[in-house]
Design a binder for this molecule. Structure first.
Ligand code: AMP
Length: 540
């Protein structure tokens, strides 16, 4: 059956109404399992009705194609209705990780000039705190208040009660903007990565060809909808195929996760190395007691997957883990291990058919096998981002000679397998989350006791990288447990709990070059006890 009918690429339509039209109306689209393990089932008819009601509610509020709406929600069923409803109306939907602090919110909502945000009562305070800095923000919709709080803090249930459940998305062109995710760089503020409705072609294809999902599968993607995996493969890919999912609202818990895999009959599971490494630390007794025979495949994404984890899964679960590689900008899986392809533990696998990868030098020339260089992809696939919102110059710099430069470094072996080596910038990848050292350094400098700061990612056995902050205190300030807690809390509230330094190192000064740029390379080398290399540019 063709995915695209009448040239209509509308993601909201294809993931809901199309599924009903194809006879899956009564099929379970997802089972919602709350943190307290209460379950609620939603069929594709439910998904269609709720998302259409939300599209109508948004339209009644004056939203129209091209406007930007964000969700700032923990995992919750409304996340899916809002996301798909906004897309039906061709409103661009951005998703924010619920652990973000108030400054992270201002940066993103402000840069996008968002007209609205959908949140929960428990998170409302983070938005109202910075409301005055967001002149374009017209409406805050709260999913768990029964009635409107004020003219612009509105109740989702009240809006939905008044909205008609009938909404037919107009045919949407492939290049119509759809989803917005902010990604952190090593300098400047986070950038808004904009995707288009046509991306559904690639997400549908990779869900079939890599994740191997068919209509009879039960899929569990553990990623939060605040990140690209959570939208591309926790929403769009599987539902474009009519696949039933589970969504779990709680956090990591080894026993419970195994129970979910077994009791919910999960057949394909997509998770991340940090979670898999955490499972690996549990006692062998725990996983031996679970029969996971319905689980066909395990996939992983977000950080390098150590060969030890693959060996562990083979030995204890009797399963392979397929490592997949992609990033916010690529929208969907590009380089990957997959059933049918021999796994080389430690390698990200090979590019998908039709995806041309290359290792290029800084001068732009493609390099040979076994040579370390920039991981590049020949541009042109449907889920490639179309711009960094408000930063077309930065976007343009990512492309050269028809190649998109991913920012990762890698090598290719003689059989075309790609091996991840690192990033060519200072961005930190902790537990699969990219974090900007710049955002943390800026937050640290706002603490009155802090004179200078420099932040790096250092290797960590569990998280892949941990955040290490080097802090130079103002004269006369003594370091104490209280100050350490103050620093941690400040970063957590302002940026995000995942950005909170795992280690704080007090230094006399932070190395900078002659133009005042923090020399993170030097900090990292010193921390790791390595040679810091050329120091001639260091300030006196
Ligand atoms: P994000 O844009 O936040 O999804 O992060 C994407 C980045 O995470 C990539 O550019 C890589 O640096 C890293 N990453 C994602 N998947 C993998 C993987 N399978 N192996 C190694 N690094 C990965």
């Amino acid at each position: 059956m063709n995915l695209i009918e009448n040239d209509n690429y509308n993601i909201g339509h294809i993931c809901t109404r199309r599924q009903c039209e194809q006879g899956r109306g009564g099929k379970r689209a997802f089972r919602w399992i709350s943190a307290h393990q209460e379950t609620t089932d939603y069929s594709f008819t439910d998904l269609d009705r709720e998302s259409s009601s939300f599209a109508n509610a948004l339209q009644a509020l004056g939203f129209a194609a091209g406007d930007i709406l964000f969700t700032f929600l923990p995992k919750t069923p409304e996340q899916f209705f809002v996301f798909l409803g906004a897309l039906k109306l061709e409103v661009v939907c951005g998703t924010l990780f619920a652990n973000f602090g108030y400054e992270a919110i201002v940066d993103r909502l402000g840069d996008a000039k968002a007209r609205g945000v959908v949140t929960k009562k428990s998170l409302l305070g983070k938005i109202t705190r910075v409301r005055e800095q967001l002149p374009c923000l017209q409406v805050i919709i709260v999913v768990d208040i029964p009635e409107h709080l004020s003219a612009d803090i509105l109740s989702y249930p009240a809006l939905m009660r008044q909205a008609s459940p009938d909404y037919v998305a107009r045919p949407t062109a492939a290049d119509t903007p759809s989803v917005l995710h902010y990604t952190s760089g090593s300098t400047g503020k986070p950038k808004g990565v904009l995707h288009v409705h046509g991306s559904i072609l690639h997400l549908n294809r990779t869900t079939r060809e890599v994740l191997s999902l068919t209509e009879s599968d039960t899929f569990w993607c553990t990623a939060d909808q605040g990140w690209v995996t959570g939208t591309s493969y926790g929403i769009i890919g599987p539902w474009s195929l009519g696949v039933s999912q589970i969504h779990y609202g709680g956090g990591y818990d080894a026993k419970l996760w195994f129970e979910l895999l077994r009791d919910q009959g999960v057949t394909v599971w997509y998770s991340a190395p940090t979670a898999l490494r955490m499972l690996m630390r549990e006692s062998a007794e725990l996983y031996k007691s679970f029969d996971l025979s319905t689980l066909r495949h395990i996939f992983s994404v977000g950080e390098p997957l150590n060969p030890e984890v693959i060996a562990w899964a083979r030995a204890t679960l009797g399963k392979d883990i397929y490592d997949t590689w992609f990033q916010t900008e690529t929208g969907g899986i590009m380089i990957t291990n997959r059933p049918g392809l021999e796994i080389r533990p430690g390698s990200m696998g090979t590019p998908l058919a039709g995806i041309e990868a290359a290792i290029c030098g800084d001068a732009g020339l493609p390099l040979g096998n076994h040579v370390l260089g920039n991981l590049c992809l020949k541009s042109g696939w449907p889920s490639l981002f179309v711009t960094y919102l408000n930063h077309p110059d930065v976007y343009a710099r990512k492309f050269r000679d028809g190649y998109y430069y991913t920012g990762d470094t890698a090598v290719r072996d003689d059989d075309g397998y790609y091996w991840f080596k690192g990033r060519n910038d200072d961005v930190i990848n902790t537990a699969g989350h990219l974090i900007s050292p710049f955002e943390i350094e800026s937050a640290l400098l706002e603490i009155p006791e802090v004179a200078e700061s420099g932040v790096i990612g250092a290797p960590d056995a569990l998280l892949f990288e941990k955040v290490v902050a080097f802090v130079c205190l103002r004269p006369g300030t003594a370091y104490s447990k209280e100050l350490e807690i103050k620093i941690r809390l400040y970063v957590s509230n302002r940026v995000s709990s995942i950005a909170t330094p795992q280690e704080i190192v007090i230094v006399d000064r932070v190395p900078k070059n002659k133009s005042g740029k923090i020399m993170r390379r030097v900090l990292k080398a010193r921390y790791l006890g390595q040679d810091a290399g050329d120091l001639s540019t260091l300030e006196d």
